[in-house]
Design a protein. Sequence first.
Length: 352
Amino acid sequence: MLKIDQELGQLTLDLVNISSVSQDEKAISDQVQESLGLVKHLKVTRINNSIIAQTNFGHNKRVVIAGHLDTVPANHNFPGKKIDNEIVGLGSVDMKSGIAAALKLAHDVSQAKYDITYLFYESEEIETKYNGLELITQQSKDLLNCDFAILMEPTNGIIEIGCQGSLRFEVSAKGKRSHSARWWNGKNAIHDLTDLLQILNSYKSREPVIDGYKFREGLQAVKINGGVAGNVVPDLVTVNINHRFAPDTTPQAAEENMKKLFKDFNFKLIDVAASAPTGLNNELIKEFISVIGTDIAPKFGWTDVARFASAGIPAINFGPGDPNLAHHPDEKVTIKQIEDVFNSLKKWLTTK
Ligand SMILES: [Zn+2]
């Protein structure tokens, strides 16, 4: 059985070595459920492969400490190993070191100034419809009730606030198909891309300063499709584009901005994920920041903090591991950083 009261380096390694690629989380969920089930001050609930463990200290404020159990597929980095003072291997950064810290907190913190809901959920790394938080929201929304949520995604041990939204869309240029030997009978859609590439290349990213922190928007073509055969003038080319927008912009406004920018092309929205505010005016976040006392940075990537924010719950990212190494074959994290994050959270939960 998984020993959640052991030293954090070994606990992280034990978690890394339970394979849990998205949609294959049963084994790790079983172990997390079993080990938390032995902790007297927790009530444990399972929804599919997500585990929810709640304290009932009788406080009027509740905080959520959350992390996903799944990883991306292995890339010659499974099983993991300990090398000197680091844990190396699949998911060590994203995010089994965070899961290790949360599990040990769940075990160790038997008295706190808030009630706590620990959330270990499935399938964060794949499409939203599989996301464990989504399933809990649909089946048992009350389990997510709280006043403040911490996502233990890798932040290198600093506090990351807000998050940028993401808009994915497709623009296409239409031409007219013809034989390439008699090209004057057609209109080449690929050649029509000049204007589109010009728009992308000359786009100036907005860098709004929000609550004192500088965000950085983005507009990147991520895929291109076009062409028929070696002797055909192509009549269609499509480009997939990803726009990252700052917390001061709504998904609707972001979509309008993009439609305006690409007004001369066919525009098709693929999906949109809302941004999240910084939450810096929230009392619980202010108190958290003052107790933790570490650096603060804006979150450029999209995370599940936005899911909490859209439910009106302020949320931040705070966890061990360098986010630049997430999904990287060389994932590794220092044991010291896992311990630092654990100790900070423990101090925050238990300091009156
Ligand atoms: Zn993650």
